[in-house]
Write a protein that binds this ligand. Structure first.
Ligand SMILES: CC[C@H](C(=O)O)C(=O)SCCNC(=O)CCNC(=O)[C@H](O)C(C)(C)COP(=O)(O)OP(=O)(O)OC[C@H]1O[C@@H](n2cnc3c(N)ncnc32)[C@H](O)[C@@H]1OP(=O)(O)O
Ligand SMILES: [Co+2]
Length: 137
């Protein structure tokens, strides 16, 4: 089950320009910036009540975010839902016919495991499943 919207991902050309803008807009400081090398993306996080805003800047000219901005411009990139059991949700959604973009949960930002669903099955919205990484046993 999707517990809540964990974050809204927003594609931006420059974190340097977008971070102060969102700090002013949200009236709260960016609480974390993080490079997710595997995704070729630099991220910046803000709390917005029980949810978050995740700004995304491409870490290379040919990254996913650069491609998105080239095609669609800056703007909302994805919606991430918090899930308690990402494996179970991936199984449920795959069985329901959604296209998973990664076979197993992968490393996300902000201490999460993530999986993406292709927008072709979700009315054109890129969906991310997002689970807090279990504490190391
Ligand atoms: C994980 C770290 C962090 C976190 O929260 O922890 C992040 O959120 S990282 C976010 C960046 N990473 C990803 O987005 C990974 C998943 N995305 C992908 O695998 C690709 O972007 C994919 C498959 C969605 C699109 O890649 P592709 O190479 O196929 O690009 P195209 O431009 O050819 O797109 C095909 C088709 O999809 C539409 N599209 C692409 N991106 C989006 C989007 N964000 N929202 C909605 N639609 C999207 C694109 O317009 C094309 O549609 P078409 O009708 O064919 O023009
Ligand atoms: Co995200």
């Amino acid at each position: 089950m999707m517990d809540k919207i964990e974050h809204i991902g927003i594609a931006v050309k420059s974190l340097e320009a977008a971070i102060p803008l969102y700090e002013q807009l949200l009236n709260t400081p960016c609480y974390k910036t993080e490079l997710v090398a595997a995704e070729n993306v630099n991220t910046a996080f803000f709390n917005a009540g029980p949810n978050k805003i995740e700004l995304l800047e491409s870490a290379s000219p040919d990254g996913v975010i650069a491609k998105f901005i080239e095609k669609k411009g800056e703007g909302i990139h994805h919606i991430a839902f918090a899930v308690a059991d990402i494996d179970a949700e991936m199984k449920r959604l795959a069985a329901a016919g959604f296209t998973l973009l990664n076979e197993t949960p992968k490393q996300g930002a902000d201490n999460k495991l993530v999986c993406f669903l292709h927008p072709k099955n979700t009315n054109g919205v890129l969906i991310e499943l997002c689970m807090e990484k279990p504490a190391a046993q």
